[in-house]
Ligand binder design. Structure first.
Ligand code: CU
Length: 210
C-alpha cells in the first residue's frame, strides 16, 4: 500500500553509528555509570518484535512501544519540522495503534523526530551535545566519516524510536504505540539536537480512550 523507503533510513543509521564510534570511551563509561535510562543498547535488527522499555526501577509499565510493521499501518501522520517547532505539535494516538510518521524538513538545518519520555529525551540530548562538541554533528548534518572510525570498539547508536531528517528532505518512521502512557510518561516527541527542544521543538502525544 505504501512504498517502502528503507534506503534513507539505512544511510542515516550508518551515519549515526559512525558518529558514536568516535565518542571518548570515558564519556560513554560515565554515562553508563549514571544509569542510561533512556539509552537503547540493542541494535535495531534485534528490536523488531521486542517492545522498548526504560530501565525498570520502580515497577509499572514503562513500555514506550516498538518499531511498527510497515505493512500494518493504522494511520499516516504528516509532521513538518521547522526551526524550531513541529507542526502539528500535539498528536492523538489510539491505544496500541501503528502510525507511519512522514517527516518533512523544509529548513536548511538538521532536525530530529524522537519518540520517548522526558528522561529519555534528556539522556539523548546529552549524547547529541557530545556529538556536537566533538565535531561529529554539525547544525546541518553529520560530518563526513573519518577514515578509521570503524573497527573494534565501534559503538552503535541506532535508535529505532528516532529519525534524523536532513535539510530539505522527507523521512519516515513507523512506530507501534503501547496501549497506555508509560508510568513515567507521558510520551513526547522531540528534536534533541542541542538547543532545539529548548527553543520549542517538542510535542506531545495524547492517548484517546479507545
Ligand atoms: Cu531540530
Amino acid at each position: 500500500m505504501f512504498p517502502k523507503r528503507t534506503m534513507p533510513r539505512a544511510m542515516t543509521a550508518a551515519g549515526v553509528a559512525i558518529f558514536m564510534a568516535v565518542l571518548p570511551m570515558n564519556a560513554r563509561a560515565s554515562e553508563a555509570g549514571a544509569g542510561m535510562s533512556g539509552h537503547m543498547e540493542a541494535e535495531s535488527s534485534h528490536m523488531g518484535g521486542e517492545a522498548m522499555h526504560e530501565d525498570d526501577h520502580a515497577g509499572g509499565s514503562k513500555v514506550i512501544g516498538r518499531p511498527g510493521d510497515p505493512s500494518k499501518v493504522d494511520e499516516v501522520i504528516r509532521v513538518d519540522l521547522s526551526s524550531y517547532a513541529f507542526s502539528p505539535d500535539s498528536i492523538k494516538v489510539r491505544p496500541g495503534e501503528t502510525i507511519r510518521f512522514v517527516l518533512t524538513n523544509k529548513t536548511d538545518l538538521l532536525h530530529e523526530f524522537n519518540i520517548g519520555t522526558s528522561p529519555m529525551h534528556a539522556e539523548h540530548r546529552k549524547e547529541m551535545l557530545e556529538m556536537m562538541q566533538s565535531g561529529m554533528l554539525t547544525p546541518t548534518g553529520m560530518a563526513p566519516a573519518s577514515p578509521g572510525a570503524s573497527g573494534a570498539g565501534m559503538m552503535k547508536h541506532d535508535d529505532p524510536n528516532s529519525q534524523l531528517v536532513d535539510p530539505g528532505t522527507t523521512r519516515e518512521l513507523v512506530w507501534q504505540f503501547p496501549t497506555k502512557q508509560p508510568e513515567n510518561g507521558p510520551l513526547l516527541f522531540s528534536c534533541n539536537i542541542p538547543g532545539h527542544a529548548a527553543a520549542g521543538m517538542t510535542g506531545t502525544f495524547t492517548f484517546t480512550s479507545g
